[in-house]
Design a protein around this ligand. Sequence first.
Ligand SMILES: NC(=O)c1ccc[n+]([C@@H]2O[C@H](COP(=O)([O-])OP(=O)(O)OC[C@H]3O[C@@H](n4cnc5c(N)ncnc54)[C@H](OP(=O)(O)O)[C@@H]3O)[C@@H](O)[C@H]2O)c1
Length: 249
Amino acid sequence: MDTTRKTAIITGASKGIGRAISLNFATNNIDVVLAARNKNQLQQVHSEIEKINIVRSVIVPTDVTNEKQVKNLVETTIDQFGKVDILVNNAGVGRFKRADEFKLADYHYMFDVNVKGVFLVTKYVVPHMLARESGQIINIASIAGKTGFKTGTLYSASKYAVVGYTWSLREDLKEHKIKVSVICPGSVVTAFGKKQPERVEWSMEPEDVAHACNYLVSESDTVNTAEIIIKPRYNPRTIDWKRRRGKGK
Ligand SMILES: NC(=O)c1ccc[n+]([C@@H]2O[C@H](COP(=O)([O-])OP(=O)(O)OC[C@H]3O[C@@H](n4cnc5c(N)ncnc54)[C@H](OP(=O)(O)O)[C@@H]3O)[C@@H](O)[C@H]2O)c1
């Protein structure tokens, strides 16, 4: 066991932003514990990390809404690595409808993963960080946690909850030398809320969010950025710039 290397738990690591954060950490010499429900997809990310061949990666299939599975995730991490230096609460889901069209089940679905999931994983990780007076927690909220948008009532409410949770958690933990931050990305090209990644005009790449995470874990001990809002800019994969400038179709 190499105790000089940091260990990170990443939830929602099976695809999208969580996959990108895991690969980015792995290339930056951070051991990774990959958590999500889909074992096959976790296995694929694990294989990609093995090819990088710098760090150790372990998969722990976990539903973040299930307390028993969350306890197992944290216990397995401690068994395998002896510590948790970084937690990235990234697992999240979204459904989008006009407010009156949502069913109560939609509410439970989003709040269970987006809010209860963040609460549970944090609850079981924090005692290990407190014991070492060291650690860093990064929550992936959304720009929907800073402003509202059409069809976004429940999703936005759940992400505002994540932002509020994070700012309070920061106050709980700062005297124990544990860093806490929230990242609020705008649209990212992933399969979020869909079956396949979709071309949304103003979208950034999952790696852009991973880059923000890497920035946070690279900060010096005398600083801890509280919140990062990242918005898409120039993405040739998602915007037909020639058409936008009126030069092409
Ligand atoms: N894409 C965007 O435009 C965007 C923008 C801002 C913020 N975000 C946020 O970024 C985070 C990642 O989203 P993404 O775009 O990467 O979406 P994604 O590609 O759909 O990935 C979502 C991840 O969450 C996991 N997950 C869902 N329910 C889970 C549960 N109950 N337990 C454990 N893991 C669960 C999924 O894995 P399994 O299905 O295998 O469990 C998957 O790994 C979310 O919190 C989302 O709200 C996304």
